[in-house]
Design a binder for this molecule. Sequence first.
Ligand SMILES: [Fe+2]
Length: 196
Amino acid sequence: MNALTSVLNAARALHASHSKLHAFAPWPDDLTPANLPSRPLPASDLVANTHLTGVDMTQPLIDAVRATAGFANWKHTYREDEVGADFLARYGYYELFGPTGHFRTTKLRGYIAYWGSGLHYDWHSHEAEEIYLCLSGNARFLCRNNGTEHMADLSPGDTRAHTSWQTHAMTTAHQPILTFVLWRGTGLAGLPLMAT
Ligand SMILES: [Fe+2]
């Protein structure tokens, strides 16, 4: 049994119960387990050792992520010269399912992503369409629409969607944020790029 099956099951239950998530995309029906090795990062220890409180709907996924944090293949998209050492020490994500995830599918990509408190995730974009769900903590999300900036403060259970190549950013204040992120459509296998 894959070590992250409990995370996948909790994510599936949350997807089924959250209207914004199942409206974004159906749950992929072609998931197959892949044997990705565990890859710890400083952020994976923070996730495992920090008490993270959500709402009833998100708590089971938070608990599953924390309990299995040591088994996940944690990654950084960015380099130190792009975001700084403190950012890399307190941020990390893994691909739960998708083209290169712990469970393989070509239909949808799902990430678990964490940022510590007081971090600014600068303007970036990617081809795939995206929806963030805040599991625990909070953050201010920024996006640009035809030159106009919009912002929203997300708390547990709240979502924020971005269209293809829409530039967006995020800032945490006094709390870390744990998120579940879905990507769909063209560019599913791509990566985000920092705005230049
Ligand atoms: Fe994004």
